[in-house]
Every structure is written in structure tokens, then in C-alpha cells.
Design a protein around this ligand. Structure first.
Ligand SMILES: *Cc1c(COP(=O)(O)O)cnc(C)c1O
Length: 373
């Protein structure tokens, strides 16, 4: 059976078209059942007893993240999402707070960096917003920041960044590199052993909302000082134990672990190849849509395609119309999503592996109708 068919059969039938995996994918029956079953178990034996019993499932999720990133399972903690992971990491930083990132950095990440007192400088990019590795290597060598933060795949643009190459540069320069894999995990190859990496459950891995992951190599973890509990209290907890504290939705973590397991079972390479194919097909079908310009190069190996209005269409109202009139879910990306890169709001589609050429044709027709309404 094809990967597309397998993926479709594994989840509830979609109402309309779901082209919004960059925001939130559709969960499988197995993920939904695991989450609900855990809630039931909590009611039967008590929430903390149920959590102890489910520990091996959570360990399996950590092992899956380790397999996808090149870190160890013991380096991985669960968070409530990507933003939470970045806050935990930057809030524990000791020493100089300078950081280099892409000009297309995610707006909410820039806000977390600023709130934690980080001075941010831009890495060099080409006209697509893609990192120019050689120029970056020179800039980093000449004036090294305390860390490099790389968003491997952006929310507002489906351009795959040269992740392995910049990790190698940072390693050679001795600069820690932190990877935002919110859009990249389960989508691009993230098995590059960065110093830290984080992601969200609900995007391409198709787990529940409200959960995410943060992995930190021991060398970097040993340099962090989480503020709670204060270091001088001498509480015998590791850095990761301190970062992992706090109330959370255990059932959601269990669902995420199951989704990670399903991703590994489907074959990360096969998923990546299919997502790249869906992206190419999307850009082919949408290339000549009047009133819109496809932003990404046609062969970009990602399933994120963005459309910039060339005739004054408003992505926010087009998105609302597509949902209300056609049952098609997309994303409108406004400038705040990447304030130093975006000059116009865009309409984003982020279809998963089950998407067919007919689905894309249907979307292209709906977009024409939206523009002619
Ligand atoms: C969605 C997203 C985030 C934030 O993830 P949350 O889980 O909502 O905190 C961060 N970075 C990128 C690139 C994203 O797409």
C-alpha cells in the first residue's frame, strides 16, 4: 500500500482539504486512542500512578527523537511546545547573551530572545532567504556570537536551510548551535547532532497539541543554569531534571510518543521523499495562478508552499473564505511571523503525504474562485 493511502487510512476521514500541517496535522486513530486511554487509566488508578505505568512509552518517544536528531534519548525532555523549549534554554543561559540567526527568524522566537536579553545579529542569506554557508563561516569566525540559532525550516517560507553544513561550521568554530526543528522534524533530515534541538508535536509528526520536545547535548547542558530551583540551594537535580519540572499533560506526551513511533515505522526517508514530491507538485499546479506568485523555488524539497498576492488579495480573508465556502484549511502568514524577512503577507499551504494531484487541482480552482468572488 502507498504511504499516502496508509496515512489516510490511519486517521479520521478529512472534512474538505487539510493543507495545514505546518500549523497542526491530523492525528491518527492510534494517537487519539492512546491519549484517551491514558486519561481513562488516570481515572482508574490515579494520575501519578498512571504516569509511572506509562514511563516506557515516554522513553520510547525520547528514543525516537534521539534517532531523528542524532542525540541520545537521555538528552531529551518533553516541553509544552517549541516556544517553551526555547524559553527554557535561553532562560538558563550563562555568560554573554549574543546570538546569530537568520533574517527570516520566526517572530515569536525573536521575542523570546529579546525577553531574555539576547542581542541578535543576522546570518548572511541569498535572495530566497537561504543561508550562504561560506559567508556565514567567515562572519562567525571573525566575530563569534555566544550561540547560533538556526530555524532549519521556517513557518513563513518553505526553503530548506543547509542544516548539516552550518552545524559543521559551528562545530569547527566551537560555537554551540541550537536548532528550531518545529517545521523540520519529520520533514527534513535533522539527524545532524546539533548542540540542542527542539520541536512541536502537532506539526509534521502529527501528534497532539500542547506538547513538544527539547534535546540538549551533555556538553551544552553542563553549561546551563536553570533558575529554578536556585543553584545555591544545592538541590541534587541535573540540569535536564530542572528544565523538565512542572505540571503537564501526560496523555498528550503519550500521544506524541505514539505519533513519533508511527513516523519511524512509516520510514522517515520515505516521508521526506513524499513531502518533497507533494511540494514539487504543489508548485507545479500553482505556478500560473493569476493574482498569486509562488515564493519557493519549484524543486525545494519541502511540502511548504507560500503564495504572495500580486493583485492585492488579502491572505487573511482568502483563508477565511476557503474554510467557510470550500472546507479548505490553509494558513495566512502575516508580517509578524518573520518581521525582518516578510514584506507582504502570504497564503501558506502545508499538505501532508496523503495529498493527491486532484486535491491540489481542487485547491487551485478554489483559489481562482476566491480571487473572482
Ligand atoms: C510553530 C513554530 C514555532 C512555535 O512552536 P510552538 O509549539 O507553537 O511553541 C517555532 N518555530 C517555528 C519555525 C514554528 O513553525
Amino acid at each position: 500500500m502507498s504511504l499516502a493511502q496508509q496515512w489516510r487510512d490511519a486517521r479520521p476521514k478529512v472534512a474538505g482539504l487539510h493543507f495545514d500541517s505546518g500549523a497542526c496535522s491530523r492525528q491518527s486513530f492510534a494517537v487519539i486512542d492512546a491519549t484517551a486511554t491514558h486519561a481513562r487509566h488516570e481515572a482508574e488508578v490515579g494520575g501519578y500512578v498512571a504516569a509511572d505505568a506509562a514511563a516506557p512509552v515516554l522513553d520510547a518517544g525520547r528514543a525516537a527523537v534521539a534517532a531523528l536528531t542524532g542525540l541520545a534519548a537521555s538528552d531529551v525532555i518533553y516541553t509544552s511546545g517549541s516556544g517553551h523549549a526555547l524559553e527554557l534554554l535561553l532562560g538558563s543561559w550563562v555568560g554573554e547573551r549574543t546570538l546569530a540567526c537568520l533574517p527570516g527568524e520566526f517572530g515569536p522566537n525573536l521575542a523570546i530572545m529579546a525577553a531574555n536579553g539576547f542581542q541578535v545579529r543576522a546570518l548572511p542569506v541569498d535572495s530566497d532567504g537561504r543561508l550562504v554557508v561560506d559567508d556565514a563561516a567567515r562572519a562567525l569566525a571573525a566575530d563569534p556570537p555566544a550561540l547560533v540559532h538556526l530555524t532549519a525550516l521556517a513557518s513563513q517560507r518553505g526553503v530548506a536551510q543547509p542544516l548539516a553544513e552550518i552545524v559543521a561550521v559551528c562545530r569547527a568554530e566551537g560555537i554551540p548551535i541550537v536548532v528550531d526543528a518545529a517545521q523540520a522534524l519529520g520533514h527534513l533530515d535533522c539527524n545532524v547532532e546539533p548542540d540542542a534541538v527542539y520541536s512541536s508535536s502537532r506539526k509534521w509528526i502529527a501528534g497532539p497539541r500542547g506538547v513538544g520536545v527539547l534535546a540538549i547535548r551533555p556538553e551544552l547542558a553542563s553549561r546551563l543554569e536553570p533558575p529554578v530551583p536556585p543553584a545555591d540551594w544545592g538541590v541534587p537535580m541535573s540540569v535536564l531534571e530542572k528544565l523538565a519540572q512542572g505540571e503537564h499533560n501526560e496523555a498528550a506526551r503519550i500521544g506524541y510518543s505514539v505519533a513519533l513511533g508511527e513516523h519511524l515505522a512509516a520510514g522517515p526517508e520515505a516521508v521526506r521523499a513524499r513531502l518533497a514530491e507533494v511540494g514539487r507538485l504543489s508548485r507545479q499546479v500553482l505556478a500560473d495562478t493569476s493574482g498569486w506568485r509562488v515564493v519557493e523555488p519549484a524543486d525545494e524539497p519541502t511540502a511548504i508552499t507560500t503564495l504572495e498576492p500580486t493583485d492585492g488579495a488579502d491572505p487573511v480573508s482568502v483563508r477565511a473564505w476557503l474554510i467557510a465556502e470550500r472546507g479548505i484549511v490553509t494558513t495566512a502568514c502575516e508580517l509578524a511571523r518573520a518581521p525582518f524577512e516578510m514584506t507582504k503577507p502570504v497564503l501558506r499551504i502545508s499538505p501532508h503525504v496523503d495529498t493527491t494531484a486532484e486535491d491540489l487541482d481542487q485547491f487551485a480552482g478554489a483559489l481562482r474562485d476566491a480571487s473572482n468572488r
